[in-house]
Write a protein that binds this ligand. Structure first.
Ligand code: CUK
Ligand code: CUA
Length: 674
């Protein structure tokens, strides 16, 4: 029998043993601790021997105790991780770090039948390609997953994720963990500042990346300042239908700096959006022509420009006709953005990476890759500076606020600070790429009542292995951070795992952050041998409420209602209209009906299949050889696939999920007459 889900049996077995040892360590360490129950003494003696033999330290044992989830018990948290250039999303249980699912998003995924004939997935991939008649794009460089929010906290309903390589945003429903929509950005070919959501998910933010003409047309690099532009797009999300609505969305034209990560304001900064930028030098590269390479060309100035966008005002301007249409998207021109007072810049330490808004929304934390500090801007100070109106201007006429007037603190953390997340206790956590470490520091000011020591200062640091990019804390970018667990998303694994050849996995490291001060404990290394995951979000598992089976038999996962092609038992049939053949099939343990599909070469086949099962986990699949078709049929689901019967012969279609003892008998013959 093949296993349906991935677990890590050796690790789990080891942890089980270590758990027992932990009882000894724990009881012997506690002041006047309770004696271990007499009945387990013999067992723990054996476990002690195992720990000794395996060379496990007390810290190893406590780490095991904190991560082991016994068979049948569930994880407390679920992490949604970008799949990097795998173009997918990984769903990982925490603290066990067990992989529960890989969601096919931008990349076809055969187990789910994502992109292998299922017309829903084929249509999503097709609509997600700018020029589908030239080619369907079948991968993505996923970077930033964003869970939908209500009142600034995760609500467990939707997940959004960007594709940096093609400037696209995908929408995933957490009812069935399926991708419902992919939208290509009409005015950009690369993004980085997405996906981030506003506190009630009215807007999904997609910031651009490498400047280019917004029209998509050619322009030589000599016309960079005149023709090239940056942008930020605000996608309107319709929660009722679970889709981004392009007609209600808009973009803002920006100078041709390279916009980087963004974040939405919340509470004190609700109605505002913040984006970093780099290459305010407008370097054009061309090292082979004797020009400065991009590497140093974009790092010449001491500061770049934090973009501060008044979203509320931008929405008003967009809704009152202050836009021009570009490739079907409403765009607020740069001069309008300036004259309407919805765009401001603030100098920020050069080559910044993350911009992260604190839980109260009061602080905007920027980390500059080439500056050992994080820089913290105050929303109150930003609003006051805008009010005063005493601006400098960049060469495009965008008002620049004063650095010293808007910065409330700078905290020295170490080398290569990138991204910041927050805890419930006034702590912030920043990844340090060059130091390969996570630093913990205290937010002063508004957090004074939460901190014992209400200063802006670093209080702890823990090494990670190695070259950390993002880090993520449970609910760590919401108004209600949980703390507890932090995951370091490390780019290099080097010596952490068995050598598997020159292409190494990434390393997710689970860190316990439940203790104060400099007490942070590394608990677990999880190799990720797929893509290069960039960022992840962690949600309390009890906030997720996915379907166990589809609500009714005949469910269309795309329209969220009964499919007109739903087929019930007893209604199975094959309908011919000239060269067009339509098949209405059911699947149930352990047969397809009909079992004979007899057609002629050249027929155009439309095949509907309904899994009429109502039992949890009673999944079937259908594979049709030679036609590149594989479909997953979840209980209640109706799926349609199409193909042209170009090749005569005898084709055995069969069920691909080991659904019952007679699973191998669940097959049929597709007979194509010449
Ligand atoms: S990331 Cu995309 S390359 Cu830190 Cu989100 Cu840097
Ligand atoms: Cu159905 Cu195997």
């Amino acid at each position: 029998m093949k296993a349906k889900r991935w677990f890590s049996p050796p690790v789990t077995a080891v942890l089980a043993l270590v758990l027992m040892v932990g009882v000894i360590f724990f009881t012997s360490c506690r002041d006047g601790g309770d004696a271990a129950p007499a009945a387990t003494t013999g067992l723990t003696q054996d476990a002690q021997a195992i720990a000794n033999e395996r060379g496990l330290s007390p810290a190893d044992v406590t780490a095991a105790l904190k991560t082991y989830v016994p068979s049948g018990q569930h994880d407390d948290y679920i992490m949604f991780s970008s799949g990097g250039h795998a173009g997918q999303v990984f769903v990982i249980g925490m603290p066990s770090m067990r992989l529960l699912k890989t969601i096919g998003v931008f990349t076809p995924e055969p187990w789910q039948g994502w992109g292998y004939g299922d017309m829903n997935s084929m249509n999503v991939l097709r609509e997600g390609s700018r020029n589908p008649d030239e080619h369907i794009i079948t991968w993505g460089d996923t970077h930033h997953p964003a869970l939908s929010e209500t009142d600034g906290d995760y609500d467990g309903e939707y997940l959004f994720i960007n594709d940096k390589a093609h400037a696209r945003i995908a929408v995933i429903s957490l009812k069935d963990f399926k991708t419902k929509q992919i939208v290509p950005n009409p005015i950009a070919l690369s993004n980085h500042g997405g996906a981030f959501v506003t506190p009630n998910t009215e807007w999904v933010i997609e910031g651009g990346h490498y400047a280019a003409p917004l029209s998509g047309d050619y322009a030589p690099l000599s016309e960079y300042e005149a023709q090239y532009r940056g942008m930020i797009t605000l996608w309107k999300f319709d929660r009722e239908i679970g889709r981004l609505v392009q007609d209600d969305s808009f973009a803002i034209e920006l100078p041709p700096y390279w916009q980087d990560l963004c974040d939405a304001g919340k509470l004190a900064s609700d109605g505002w959006v913040f984006c970093n930028s780099f290459n305010t030098e407008m370097a054009k590269g061309g090292v082979e022509k004797g020009n400065l390479p991009f590497e140093s060309g974009v790092s010449q100035y001491d500061t770049d420009l934090l973009h501060v966008i008044h979203l509320e005002r931008a929405v008003e301007v967009a809704q009152n006709g202050g836009t021009v249409e570009m490739n079907g998207l409403s765009v607020i021109p740069l001069e309008t953005a300036i004259s309407e007072g919805l765009l401001y810049f603030i100098p920020e330490p050069k080559s910044p990476h993350g911009v992260d808004v604190s839980p109260t929304g009061e602080y905007i934390v920027v980390a500059g890759k080439l500056d050992p500090h994080v820089t913290i801007y105050g929303m109150t100070e930003i609003k006051e500076a805008i009010e005063r109106g005493n601006f400098d201007y960049d060469e495009f006429g965008v008002p620049i606020l004063d650095f010293d007037e808007t910065v409330v603190a700078r905290v020295e953390l170490g080398l290569g600070p990138l991204h910041t997340q927050f805890g419930p206790d006034g702590y912030a956590y920043t990844s340090l790429f060059l130091d390969s470490a996570v630093s913990r520091w205290t937010l002063g000011g508004a957090y004074a009542d939460l901190n014992d020591d209400p200063e802006w200062e670093m209080v702890g640091k823990i090494s990670v292995h190695y070259n950390i990019g993002h880090l993520t804390v449970a609910h760590g970018d919401t108004v209600n951070p949980h703390g507890k667990y932090l995951v370091a998303l490390n780019k290099w694994a080097v010596d952490r795992f068995q050598n598997v050849g020159p292409l190494l996995p990434q390393n997710f490291q689970l860190i316990d952050i439940s203790q104060p001060g400099d007490q942070m404990q590394l608990l677990y290394d999880m190799p990720i041998g797929v893509g290069e995951p960039h960022y992840a979000q962690i949600i309390s598992a009890d906030l997720l409420d996915p379907w166990e089976v589809y609500p009714e038999v005949g469910w269309d996962a795309q329209t969220n209602t009964i499919s007109p092609n739903a087929t019930f038992q007893g209604e199975e049939r094959i309908v011919r209209d000239g060269n067009n053949v339509e098949i209405f099939m059911t699947s149930v343990r352990s047969r397809f009906v009909p079992e004979h599909v007899e057609i002629r070469q050249g027929d155009k086949v439309t095949w509907h299949i309904t899994n009429v099962e109502r039992a949890y986990d009673a999944i079937h699949g259908i594979a049709v050889p030679e036609y590149n078709i594989h479909i997953s049929l979840e209980p209640g689901e109706t799926v349609t696939f199409e193909f042209e019967a170009t090749r005569p012969g005898v084709f055995s279609y069969y069920c691909t999920e080991f659904c019952s003892a007679l699973h191998l008998e669940m097959k049929g013959y597709l007979l194509v007459q010449p």
